[in-house]
Design a binder for this molecule. Structure first.
Ligand code: C5P
Length: 218
């Protein structure tokens, strides 16, 4: 059999990253946080003073990224960029560069390289629709905008960063709109995706749900 893949796609702050971590941990699988690649590409382009609206120029940056992943941290060249990657401003820049087809193409092989034994859990926007269309299980994770804004707010507060829930909600919705309405790989569930709304679910419940679906496919 081919190397197994579980994809988890969905909008911003739906909890994809946490769910993907839990599922990968339970199965001992490799994890791909594809958003971090778009974030790193945007950050590298921004630092190099490349115009983020110039798809070919940003794609050239993406094709030459020197990234490494260790213990949940991301290194660009010799620098740990994990903290810069998580910033909201970096997420917005990422969604800007992610709209260019040339950038998506440049990051495609990098994502495919994560498919290693014993298996992969990949989270993002187009994992099940474009990058791993043959995945054995595709999950489309959603939560209400209010729930997502509240979770993001709690996260920030716990890091000592003050934030306004209404402002966060508007940022999330703006980013979702851009991801859904772009021409290149827009955010949408794959025809064969399992829909999971975790607004009223704990992370343990969502994890168990996905593991049960996975067991059914085996
Ligand atoms: O998931 P995360 O918030 O880290 O992603 C940042 C941005 O990168 C998203 O808003 C989206 O525009 C883009 N992205 C994408 N395709 C993916 C993952 C992320 O277009 N597979």
């Amino acid at each position: 059999e081919d190397i197994p893949v579980i994809t988890i796609d969905g909008p911003t702050a739906s909890g994809k990253g946490t769910l993907a971590d839990q599922v990968a941990h339970a199965l001992g699988y490799v994890i791909l946080d594809s958003g971090s690649l778009y974030r790193a590409c945007a950050l590298a382009a921004h630092r190099g003073e490349v115009d983020l609206d110039d798809g070919e120029a940003v794609a050239a940056v993406g094709a030459n990224l020197n990234l490494s992943f260790k213990n949940g941290h991301v290194w660009l060249d010799e620098e740990d960029i994990s903290e810069d990657l998580r910033r909201e401003a970096t997420g917005l820049m990422a969604s800007q560069v992610a709209a260019h087809p040339a950038v998506r193409a440049a990051l495609n092989q990098l994502q495919l390289d994560f498919r290693r034994l014993p298996g992969l859990v990949a989270d993002g926007r187009d994992m099940g629709t474009d990058v791993f269309p043959d995945a054995g299980l595709k999950v489309f994770l959603t939560a209400s905008a209010a729930t997502r804004a509240e979770r993001r707010h709690k996260q920030l507060i716990s890091k000592g960063i003050s934030a306004n829930i209404e402002g966060l909600r508007q940022d999330l919705e703006a980013r979702d709109a851009r991801d859904k309405n772009r021409a290149a790989s827009p955010l949408h569930p794959a025809a064969d995706a399992k829909m999971l709304d975790n607004s009223a679910q704990s992370i343990e419940e969502s994890t168990q749900r996905v593991l049960a679906w996975w067991a059914q496919t085996r």
